[in-house]
Design a binder for this molecule. Structure first.
Ligand code: C2E
Ligand code: MG
Ligand code: MG
Length: 710
């Protein structure tokens, strides 16, 4: 853009002459013929130079200059006075006082005029550039300041000697002070907490100084700053050097961030990675490292240790029937009981689900592990109270020792797991120490499971029936259906395969088949014989089956289909440790009773039934377990049988003694007032043909034998 020159003269010809002289310059010429006009132009336009006539009517040149100097915009605009009169000093001084810069005398020499004007224009250009640069600098400064003040990070400026020179508001906030508290203080005593606090490292020895004085930045995310209130604050910071214009080390800018929150999250994540949120016990990760540590330590010290693998026996049932909340609560309670049963030096972890591990260190780890296992089994077979319900859970434990039962963690875990599996297989609620032969046993039981699945597909089972006898009359008053399974030439006991069927869920279809087959047989017997009133055939039912909401419907359907009356049938439910108490189970049993079916409590005395709950069950029969019958010749045994008989009378249910093997047992039972019995002494479980013979002798009718299950 061209520069403006303002020429002021009341004589037009003078203006024309001036314009002509200045025409050679690449400028914009603005002309004014009076002082006021000149001033008004100056208000609106930027002018590089004013050529000002001194003698003008009204307002003379000096006056115009004086007014120009009073205004900010024109204060520094150079003025060259044009005058014809005298060159006396006093006159000139007046011109200089009023702010003029130079004089040119009329008649002027065009050459002098042009070169003077040129110089002034050049000066103006420089001034302009300087002003621009200054403005830019100012802008930069303010925006830098804004930046320093508004950034979220704390910023501390440190001079080359380690003394704080600047603190931004974010730093004030974090450190809990105002800038003046810190400015002038050595950064190493007042803010940064050195790793070696004791010897209070000096600034020159600090990492910050070492890096920054070499022109490098220094970063750390594990530093600690001291707040004004003397609190220790975890921070992350970067210290960058600042430089003098000559490139020398001027100081350091430390940009830092309070990482308390991040540290908390890190700690929490770390905790979560190592601990089980539900029980607060160590989790699989922690267990893994604890086990490896134990192995390493044992190798160095020569001391052995034991690893216990524990699995709850009925956790799945609790989860399935009472819900996950109950399951969670149970796990917490189990964790507490187990913690109480071990020593402080033992390491208890939960691997997930209902699997727990315990590492037992110390001198007598082997004997301690047996003692602890026994204690834990005892503690966990006591009932748990979960949401107002009593629950029996139990646990199975596998044990391995190191050294000796595995080379590394993986093998130890595998073997402990196997020992635990074996404990389960042997009937649960017990512990087993690992033995080399276990693998074969487990493979055998897996083979059994496979075989059972195959048999279930084609229902490759049959039923035997064991007579129930009235000991007064010697009559057969009923039969118990017992399932039989032949694999090759071997009969496999239901005591072995029914638990497998329960575990695998096969029990549902097997149980249905048993009931169907028994019903069809009962129908056939009723057709063939004159069976007396009250003659019932009982069918064993697993607790799992009872949990099926469709059970009652299903049983009714089958009885209807076979044209069997409810009065002819009875269900035997084993007094099991868990769940019979739930409302649904009681309701289900009650509606079965409503169909006329009997309900017998099997193996009575082996479970943990309480009186109050027995009274709630809609029972028609209690079956005294064989172990009490076996003991009947002892005072204790007979006392228990008497007590059961009294209880049954009180509850108004019949009693059947199971497993009667001798005449003496039968006599004792009779003497105690027990009327009904079942056992090898009277009859073994028999096939249909044999039962036909027995029924024929007692209840013969001139009818054809229609067998269903030969
Ligand atoms: P349980 O219901 O208590 O049946 C009585 C068991 O004792 C039967 O064994 C029977 O053969 C046996 N027993 C009867 N009298 C005597 C005796 O005088 N001496 C001896 N030592 N034993 C005697 P079994 O048939 O091996 O059945 C074992 C268990 O398997 C049964 O005990 C029952 O709980 C279960 N079970 C059998 N069949 C079924 C079935 O169809 N469904 C279900 N869910 N369980 C069944
Ligand atoms: Mg039974
Ligand atoms: Mg029984």
């Amino acid at each position: 853009m061209k520069q403006n020159i303002l020429i002021v003269d009341d004589q037009r010809p003078n203006l024309v002459a001036l314009e002509a002289t200045l025409a050679e310059l690449d400028i914009n010429i603005i002309a004014a013929t009076s002082g006021p006009e000149a001033l008004s132009i100056l208000l609106k336009q930027n002018v590089a130079l004013v050529l000002l006539d001194v003698q003008m009517p009204g307002m003379d040149g000096f006056e115009v200059a004086g007014l120009m100097r009073q205004r900010g915009k024109t204060r520094h605009t150079p003025i060259i006075f044009l005058t014809a009169i005298n060159k006396e000093d006093s006159y000139l001084f007046k011109g200089y006082e009023s702010g003029g810069v130079d004089f040119i005398f009329k008649p002027f020499d065009p050459f002098v005029l042009v070169s003077k004007v040129r110089i002034f224009l050049e000066l103006d250009l420089r001034r302009q550039q300087l002003e621009d640069a200054l403005n830019k600098l100012k802008q930069l400064k303010t925006s830098n300041e804004i930046l320093l003040r508004s950034v979220g990070e704390g910023i501390i400026g440190v001079a080359a000697n380690g003394v704080i020179s600047f603190v931004n508001p974010a730093a004030e906030l974090v450190l809990g002070c105002v800038a003046i508290d810190l400015i002038g203080q050595p950064v190493y005593k007042s803010v940064i907490v050195s790793a070696q606090q004791v010897d209070q490292r000096s600034w020159e020895e600090s990492k910050i100084y070492k890096f920054c004085s070499q022109g490098q930045a220094y970063h750390t995310d594990v530093a600690v700053f001291r707040t004004f209130a003397n609190r220790m604050l975890p921070v992350e910071y970067t210290a960058s050097p600042t430089h003098l214009p000559n490139g020398g080390f001027d100081g350091v800018v430390i940009v830092f961030k309070d990482i308390t929150e991040r540290k908390k999250i890190e700690e929490k994540l770390n905790y979560m990675a190592q601990y089980d949120a539900l029980t607060g016990l160590g989790n699989r990760n922690l267990f893994g490292s604890a086990l490896n540590n134990a192995i390493t330590f044992s190798k160095h010290s020569g001391q052995s240790f034991a690893l216990l693998f524990m699995d709850l026996d009925r956790f799945k049932q609790v989860n399935d029937t009472l819900g996950h909340h109950a399951g969670d609560q149970l796990l917490k309670d189990v964790a507490l009981r187990v913690s109480d049963g071990i020593r402080d030096t033992d390491i208890l972890c939960r691997l997930g689900g209902d699997e727990f591990t315990i590492i037992i260190n110390g001198k007598a780890a082997e004997s301690a592990s047996l003692r602890i296992s026994e204690k834990l089994i005892g503690a966990l077979s006591r009932p748990f109270e979960i949401f107002g319900q009593e629950i029996y859970v139990g646990a199975s434990i596998g044990i391995v020792y190191f050294p000796g039962m595995g080379e590394d963690a993986q093998e130890l875990i595998k073997n402990a797991d196997m020992a635990m599996y074996q404990a389960k297989h042997e009937g649960r609620n017990r512990f087993r120490v690992f033995e080399q032969g276990m693998r074969a046993q487990i493979e055998e039981s897996m083979a059994l499971e496979l075989e059972l699945r195959r048999a279930t597909d084609i229902m490759d089972f049959f039923l035997h029936y064991q007579p129930k006898v009235d000991m007064h009359s010697g009559d057969i008053v009923g039969l118990e259906a017992l399932i039989r399974w032949r694999v090759g030439d071997r009969l496999i006991s239901p005591a072995v395969f029914i638990p497998v069927a329960e575990e695998t869920g096969l029990i549902g279809s097997i149980g249905r088949w048993v009931f169907e087959t028994a019903c069809a047989q009962v129908r056939a017997w009723h057709d063939a014989f004159d069976l007396p009133e009250g003659f019932r055939v009982s069918v064993n039912m697993s607790v799992q089956q009872l949990q099926d909401p469709n059970l009652v419907h299903e049983l009714t359907r089958i009885m209807h289909h076979c044209q069997v009356l409810g009065d002819w049938m009875e269900l035997e439910i084993t007094e099991s440790l868990l769940l019979e108490k739930t409302e649904e189970n009681i309701e289900r049993l009650a509606s079965i009773r409503q169909q006329g079916c009997g309900v017998a409590l099997d193996d009575f005395g082996t479970g943990y039934s309480s009186m109050s709950y027995l009274a709630q069950l809609p029972l028609s029969v209690m079956k005294i377990d064989k172990i009490f019958v076996d003991d009947i010749h002892r005072p204790q045994g007979s006392a228990i049988v008497s007590a059961v008989l009294a209880l049954a009378r009180g509850l108004n249910v019949d009693v059947v003694a199971e497993g009667v093997e001798t005449a003496e047992q039968a006599r004792e039972l009779k003497a105690l007032g027990c009327r009904f019995a079942q056992g090898y002494y009277f009859a073994k479980p028999l096939g249909v043909t044999d039962i036909d013979v027995l029924l024929m002798q007692k209840y013969a009718r001139a009818a054809q034998d229609r067998r269903v299950n030969p």
